[in-house]
Each structure stands twice: as structure tokens, then as C-alpha cells.
Design a protein around this ligand. Structure first.
Ligand SMILES: Nc1ncnc2c1ncn2[C@@H]1O[C@H](COP(=O)(O)OP(=O)(O)OP(=O)(O)O)[C@@H](O)[C@H]1O
Ligand SMILES: [Mg+2]
Length: 267
């Protein structure tokens, strides 16, 4: 597949500060190994895409970065992952705090069965970020505005979040992630349940959000990876085959396996 040069997100210099550094990360589900000694750096205020065929370990790796694998029975993570130099697998680390710093948006929009307002206010309330109703109102408005949803919902904040369209629900979930002021947002195929128009809105949003957040997105769409990300990592059968500048990876991959995947020889 050829992706025209104008379709690429603007390249960033490789001097970005490394926000997350993974070294020798192996993941096992019981006896079976899903990831083999992954070394990967995630640059601050960049979008990094994780691509590769189904079952190659993209979601598994994404979940390592906020320890969501901890909740899966029989899952074991070896190696080291740091966030701003701090070991996130340190036994003294508070996992609830970690997940506030490293938020997550899932494939299927999953608003809480609560009002639009309470979907956003929930996190700031439990983390004690907003003391008064006025503070909370402000967090709700700012988060919805940043997620590009405020205008559409400001007159129905007390209505259920589940009553929104799929694309609006996904922006609500992004607003909910933003509300606790995370540093990193992990997105696992955030557009796969959306139509092309809702997808385009989320892609624009991702591009805006990287000013303030570090973003890692799993996507099956190579066009989407090209449009939204500055760096791309290609996984295959539990290996990280290569990671590089998105444009370089799609136009001039270093590895034959990457070449095979991006030209559609396997997938
Ligand atoms: N909860 C689990 N229990 C056991 N094995 C799992 C579990 N989750 C994932 N695996 C296995 O780990 C490997 C990697 O799966 P993962 O979901 O990370 O792949 P993926 O690249 O995200 O795939 P997809 O593109 O289909 O979402 C697969 O072999 C999968 O079957
Ligand atoms: Mg997956």
C-alpha cells in the first residue's frame, strides 16, 4: 500500500523527551508468552502508534503502561517500564495514582451509566481534585471543551452519557480521561466502532491533545497511523520489529517484515 506524502502527520524531531521507557518487557498469560523482550521509548507530547496483525501483542503492550494487566488472572510482566524515570512496577507505587497519570480509552465507548456531567466529575471527585461545586463545574466544562464536545452537550449535562451517539460517547470517554489531568493517554483502537466522520473528529482531537498530553494509540488502520502519529512501532508475533519516525517507517522501513506488512503481503 502506498500512502502519499501529504497524508502524513508532521514529523517531529527525534529529540523529544522520553516520557515512557520500556526495557526488556516480556508478558506471559499463564504458560504462553505474548510479548518478547520489548524495548520501546514513548516521546513526550507525541503521538506514537502501535500497529501490527491481530494477536501480535499491541493491546497487551498498551496495558503494560498503566498496569491494566495486573487485573488479568495469570498475567505476568517482566522487564522494566519507567514514567518520567520512575519505575511503574515498583511495589510501593500507588496503582490508582498511576492510572490517573496514564489514562485509557477503549475500543468500544464505555460511558458509565450516569449523567454526562457525572461521567466527567467522577474521577476528579474520587481523586479530590475539585473541592466545590464551582470547581467541579469548571473541570467538567474544560474537559468537555478540550474533547470537542462541550457545545453539543452543554444543555443536557444531566442526561445519560449512554444516550449520546457513538462518536460523542467516545469523545465523552476522552473527556473523562482528560478530567483527571493525565500525562499520558492510551487509546486502544478508539475509532474502530465509529463512522468516518466521527473518526475524523477523533483524529483531529488527538492531534490537538498532543500539545498537552503524550498519546499512544493502537490502530489497525495504517492510514490512521500515518495521519495522527509522529512515531510508529510495528509489532509482529510478540516482537517489536521496528519503531521509527512514522513517515520513514511507511516509506522506507528498515525491516523486511515491516515492508511485508505495510505492502499488504500479510496481515
Ligand atoms: N486475557 C488474556 N488471556 C490469555 N491470553 C491473552 C489474553 N489477552 C491476550 N492474550 C493473548 O496474547 C496475545 C496478544 O494479544 P493482544 O490482545 O495483545 O493482541 P493485539 O495485537 O491487541 O490483537 P488485536 O489486533 O486482535 O486486538 C494473543 O495471542 C492473545 O491470544
Ligand atoms: Mg488489541
Amino acid at each position: 500500500m502506498a500512502i502519499a506524502a501529504e497524508n502524513f502527520a508532521e514529523p517531529e524531531s527525534n529529540t523529544a523527551l522520553q516520557k515512557i521507557v520500556a526495557r526488556g518487557v516480556s508478558v506471559f498469560y499463564g504458560e504462553s508468552q505474548a510479548l518478547q523482550s520489548i524495548d520501546l521509548d514513548i516521546g513526550a507530547n507525541q503521538v506514537t502508534s502501535l500497529i501490527g496483525p491481530s494477536g501480535c501483542g499491541k493491546s497487551t503492550f498498551l496495558r503494560c503502561m498503566n498496569r491494566m494487566n495486573d487485573v488479568i488472572d495469570g498475567c505476568r510482566v517482566d522487564g522494566s517500564i519507567t514514567l518520567d524515570g520512575e519505575d511503574i512496577y515498583d511495589s510501593k507505587l500507588d496503582v490508582v495514582q498511576l492510572r490517573a497519570r496514564v489514562g485509557m480509552v477503549f475500543q468500544k465507548p464505555n460511558p458509565f451509566p450516569k449523567s454526562i456531567y457525572d461521567n466527567i466529575a467522577y474521577g476528579p471527585r474520587i481523586h479530590g481534585f475539585a473541592d466545590s461545586k464551582a470547581d467541579l463545574d469548571e473541570v467538567v466544562e474544560i474537559s468537555l471543551t478540550r474533547a470537542g464536545l462541550w457545545k453539543e452537550v452543554k444543555d443536557r449535562l444531566d442526561k445519560p452519557g449512554t444516550g449520546l451517539s457513538g462518536g460523542q460517547q467516545q469523545r465523552l470517554c476522552i473527556a473523562r480521561a482528560i478530567a483527571v489531568n493525565p500525562e499520558v493517554i492510551l487509546m486502544d483502537e478508539p475509532c474502530s466502532a465509529l463512522d468516518p466522520i466521527a473518526t475524523a473528529r477523533i483524529e483531529e482531537l488527538i492531534d490537538e491533545l498532543r500539545q498537552n498530553f503524550t498519546i499512544v494509540i493502537v490502530t489497525h488502520s495504517m492510514q490512521q497511523a500515518a495521519r495522527v502519529s509522529q512515531r510508529t512501532a510495528f509489532f509482529h508475533l510478540g516482537d517489536l520489529v521496528e519503531c521509527g519516525d512514522t513517515q520513514q517507517l511507511f516509506t522506507n522501513p528498515r525491516e523486511e517484515r515491516t515492508q511485508g506488512y505495510i505492502t499488504g503481503r500479510f496481515g
